[in-house]
Ligand binder design. Structure first.
Ligand code: NAP
Length: 274
């Protein structure tokens, strides 16, 4: 679907690098069809060496003539970068923005064109092909454009489609979500250490337990509550631990974290819209 396209990646930092790596490993397009930009020449040279892609410091050179433009700069520099590339962006291109909190409407306004825009919210497990990405169509983005975006983010994990109004909630759930799980793993490691397990072994057991539990939820298709009940024997260890987690409010804490992160994302969106 994308093999004859060219992709410009503006702001080739962490998340963009994960994406480029996934696109190339999935052989969606040849390396020569990707052109990346960022300001650091040293970093660009390492991108060229690592993937044999083209890489430039000039954003306008990257964007000119590309079929798909992926915007992966920080939201704080969005205005400057969009103003810079606007003269080179045409309605026949597709813009895919990863920038948290910047709406497709704002991007279209800043680009001053009718170029279709798709907004995407990936997360860092994209680095290991286990990303969770939500995509949303802006005005003018068609089924074909969503399918292109799905193919790109599908190279680094799972992709879902949602209306753009859900993007702040996605930021609170899966965009920020890896942090909650890192903290959970860290706490489980400490629990193991407290009970006498060496730290390196506790770390391996804790991370593999989280990985295995997630894999079981995904692959069995069973509701997590069913899986939980299946291992909860009367009077056993699990039900005692569940009682402890419930009395300390584990579920409410996680729900509150997602609500708070969503509200903060909404707040930042309003800030960037100014
Ligand atoms: N990381 C995540 O989990 C995640 C998840 C979802 C969405 N996002 C979004 O993805 C975007 C990038 O995040 P990140 O974590 O990958 O940040 P990052 O590693 O800092 O990448 C941003 C890149 O933009 C480059 N840059 C800065 N100013 C530029 C300019 N004027 N022209 C061209 N490039 C410029 C920087 O490189 P130089 O300093 O060399 O220019 C840097 O490599 C953000 O908008 C974020 O909201 C990130």
């Amino acid at each position: 679907m994308l093999s004859k396209k060219t992709i410009a990646v503006v702001g080739a930092g962490h998340i963009a690098s994960a994406l480029i790596s996934g696109i190339l490993r999935a052989r969606l397009i040849a390396p020569g069809r990707i052109i990346a930009s960022r300001r650091s020449e040293d970093a660009l040279e390492s991108l060229r060496r690592r993937w044999r892609i083209r890489a430039v410091t000039d954003n306008t050179k990257a964007v000119a003539g590309a079929d798909i433009v992926i915007l992966a700069v920080k939201p704080q520099v969005a205005k400057v970068v969009l103003a810079e590339i606007a003269p080179k962006v045409t309605p026949s291109q597709l813009v895919i923005s990863l920038m948290a909190g910047i709406t497709t409407g704002s991007i279209s306004r800043m680009l001053r064109t009718s170029t279709p825009v798709v907004r995407a919210m990936p997360n860092t497990p994209a680095q290991v092909d286990a990303g969770a990405t939500a995509i949303a169509a802006g005005e003018g983005a068609s089924e074909k454009h969503l399918a292109w975006a799905e193919s790109i983010f599908g190279a680094v994990g799972q992709v879902v489609r949602l209306p753009e109004s859900a993007m702040d909630a996605v930021t609170g759930l899966s965009g920020t979500g890896p942090v909650y799980i890192f903290m959970l793993i860290e706490a489980m490691i400490d629990g193991g250490v407290k009970m006498g397990i060496p730290r390196t072994i506790a770390a391996k057991l804790a991370a593999q337990t989280v990985y295995g539990a997630a894999k079981l939820v995904i692959e069995s298709g069973k509701h997590p509550a069913i899986l939980k009940d299946e291992v909860t024997t009367p009077g056993g260890t699990a039900i005692n631990a569940i009682h402890e987690l419930e009395s300390k409010g584990l579920r409410s804490v996680l729900i509150d974290a997602i609500v708070t992160a969503t509200l903060r994302s909404q707040e930042l969106s309003r800030l960037y819209a100014d």
